[in-house]
Design a protein around this ligand. Structure first.
Ligand code: AMZ
Length: 285
């Protein structure tokens, strides 16, 4: 695997308190009260999914159903930063299928283009990959298939890189899917999440595959149910269609450890206005 090295500029040092980095949110207007379990509301993670060097969105993870949204992922990343998002959620889709990083050049271009933290998943399956990406400027790696197949790697990585390892749990009808979602296991999402309760995982990113890329609405109920059964913070993902999903999530997340939400297609096609989304997520319900 080749992980391009990023020219170090000190912006993404290990151990940096990335949540506090989120405080420099541009004014979104109105009465924005800082709320939430750590005082900053919910984080919106705009998704940049990479396929053959381009920024795409799939429907339910099917590679054959890709919509190309941007041929220049770095420009897109810059734009998401400019509108006020405090994190980026980047997925190397080819990497998730191949089991190794494939869109490394595009990820490096994104890292060079923005100063907000980046979480990266897709094809990161061993310590060398984790080490290389965190060294290259990724703030947080997302481990999906490895969490099911080599859980010891997750534990080791959490020990070596505290706060910088997230687990991606992608569920099809409640059961964990891996390898680009081509394989579905017999393990329930909540059972996999519970295996890492004492590992020091920064977050569980929970995706409902049946809704991902479909704009049919976030599965708030299942996400809250998961969050209520674990202590690890949860990031909701899959199906966000409009502002009402975010309003509902903001309300239902009160008192839980849900800390953010990944939004893809709805941002790209304009169904969600970035400023309005930030306002909803940062304002008390
Ligand atoms: O859309 C898909 N088919 C898909 C996707 N978005 N397959 C995997 N992924 C993402 C997961 C997670 O962020 O949501 O890739 C990451 C997991 O990759 P890996 O290589 O660790 O299983």
């Amino acid at each position: 695997m080749t992980v391009p090295q990023r020219a170090g500029d000190g912006r993404h040092k290990a151990g940096r308190n990335v949540r506090s980095a989120g405080h420099d949110v541009p004014e979104t207007g109105g009465d924005v009260r800082e709320v939430g379990r750590d005082g900053v509301g919910l984080t919106l993670y705009p998704a940049i999914d990479l396929k053959a060097g381009q920024c795409v969105r799939l429907r339910r993870g099917e590679m054959g159903e890709a919509t190309v949204y941007d041929a220049d992922p770095a420009a897109r990343a810059r734009r998401w930063q400019a509108v006020g998002f405090r994190w980026l959620h980047v997925v190397d889709l080819d990497g998730a299928f191949a089991g190794r990083s494939v869109n490394g050049a595009a990820v490096a271009a994104i890292l060079a283009a923005v100063s907000i933290p980046v979480q990266l998943g897709g094809g990161i399956r061993d310590m060398a990959g984790i080490d290389a990406w965190l060294g290259a400027g990724v703030q947080r790696v997302v481990l999906g298939s490895a969490a099911l197949k080599t859980p010891a790697l997750v534990r080791d990585a959490c020990r070596s890189f505290p706060g910088r390892v997230a687990v991606g749990i992608d569920a099809r009808n409640g059961k964990v899917a891996i390898e680009g979602w081509a394989e579905t296991s017999g393990i329930a999402a909540v059972d996999l999440a519970r295996r890492f309760e004492d590992a020091g995982v920064a977050a569980i990113i929970y995706t409902d595959i049946g809704r991902d890329g479909t704009m049919t609405g976030l599965n708030v109920e299942q996400t809250v149910a998961l969050a209520n059964r674990i202590t690890t913070p949860v990031i909701a993902s899959g199906g966000v269609a409009g502002l009402s999903d975010l309003t509902t999530l903001r309300r239902e997340a009160e008192g839980t450890d849900i800390e953010g939400v990944v939004v893809g297609r709805a941002l790209y096609d304009g169904s969600i206005d970035p400023a309005a989304a930030l306002k909803v997520l940062l304002t008390a319900p």
